[in-house]
Design a protein around this ligand. Structure first.
Ligand code: KG4
Ligand code: ZN
Length: 352
């Protein structure tokens, strides 16, 4: 049983609603007591997230999701030391649901002393992904990187290399100048007629394919930044030309296309990460965000780690895509540092 090692173990409710997952989780110190995620299926038929539908689904999901998270954790609103919520980045209408709910709950007088508000802690969604590496489970501690570490943060909206000096000190040293890695997966999947979100589908199909069959452009822009639009265009043109010759080209080659595309995206990600690790002399390397679930990327990180002597930290799969446990985890560090938000806090769609 993982228990609190000191008396600094706040009970924190995390709320995540930045995109298309409504999620709530309760942490006691670093230990996750509960985690509930309602993924919105409404977007699948449109091949991407429709913001208006996302906010409506959050509105429907938020009460039962939070209620279940509290019940699963065996705590009541009165036990909460703080409510951590995603302030941004994300979709405005989606963020508004989580932020407003957090404020309402804070004001509801459910604090530890009757009538007291519950302290609010805002969380940057991207920092939440990174700090998912500091969650423990009731029956076991999970591996935590040591500071400073380097984090490859790859999601549907962002691709960044971040130097993490402390739980409150992040320096983005590389960033995508166009599409994010997850976006590249999703857009290329759409071109092949695969369902949304395309990343996990490509990952699954790639397992049966030949990654050396097709060559796509692997753009390497300056410094530690990323670019994926050239890769996407090269994928699109390859398909367009091949389909002109053979209308069944995609169906006949799906697995090889997926494997080759995945390899190209992973190569692009790894190239700059290796460069950054060398430049900063850091050997604790973590990955975070939805794309860190990718099996090709995970294998490449482990292989490179063995070669370079890195300690590689890969989140459990459930902590790669959007979840509220990571928001509560990040919120815990702000709570311990005394960083609270006022009731006038508003969502921010873009950060930095
Ligand atoms: O972090 P996340 O859940 O949401 C954002 O903050 O964007 O990331 C979602 C992204 C999507 O683009 C999805 O296709 C991608 O993560 N993704 C994957 C895999 N699982 C999720 N991409 C590649 N391989 C996967 N196994
Ligand atoms: Zn995310």
């Amino acid at each position: 049983m993982t228990t609190c090692k000191d008396n600094k173990c706040p009970i924190i409710l995390g709320i995540e609603s930045s995109c298309d997952d409504t999620s709530a989780a309760v942490l006691h110190g670093s230990v996750m007591l509960s985690s509930v995620i309602a993924s919105q299926q409404v977007h699948v038929r449109w091949g991407g997230v429709i913001p208006e539908l996302a906010s409506r689904a959050h509105q429907q999901n938020i009460v039962p999701v939070i209620d279940t998270a509290l019940k699963d954790a065996g705590v009541s609103v009165h036990d909460l030391d703080a409510i951590a919520f995603t302030r941004g980045p994300g979709l405005l209408g989606s963020l508004l649901v989580g932020v407003s709910f957090a404020k309402g709950l804070s004001l509801s007088g459910g604090g530890r002393r009757a009538g007291e508000t519950i302290p609010l802690v805002e969380v940057n969604h991207l920092q939440g992904h990174i700090l998912s590496h500091f969650i423990d489970l009731p029956d076991r501690e999970l591996p935590h990187p040591a500071f400073p570490f380097l984090c490859l943060l790859v999601s549907g909206g962002h691709s960044q290399i971040v130097v993490v000096r402390s739980p409150l000190d992040f320096e983005i040293v590389g960033s995508t100048i166009d599409d994010a890695a997850g976006e590249a997966f999703d857009k290329c999947a759409k071109v092949m007629g695969l369902p949304y979100p395309g990343g996990p589908v490509i990952d699954r199909l790639a397992a049966q394919g030949d990654p050396t069959r097709f060559k796509f452009a692997e753009p390497r822009v300056g410094s530690l930044d990323y670019s994926f639009s050239g890769l996407k265009t090269s994928f699109l043109y390859t398909l367009r030309d091949a389909v002109a010759q053979n209308p069944d080209f995609i169906a006949e080659n799906t697995a090889d296309l997926c494997a080759s595309l995945q390899r190209a995206i992973v190569n692009v990600l790894m190239y700059k990460l290796i460069k950054a690790a060398k430049q900063f002399g850091i050997s604790d390397i973590a990955a975070a965000g939805g794309v860190s679930a990718n099996s090709g990327l995970r294998t490449a990180l482990i292989a490179e780690g063995a070669k370079k002597g890195w300690r590689v930290f890969l989140p459990e799969l459930r902590f790669t895509t959007d979840n509220a446990a990571m928001i509560a985890s990040a919120g815990r560090f702000s709570y311990l540092a005394g960083r609270f938000s006022g009731l006038d806090v508003t969502p921010v769609t873009r950060v930095g």
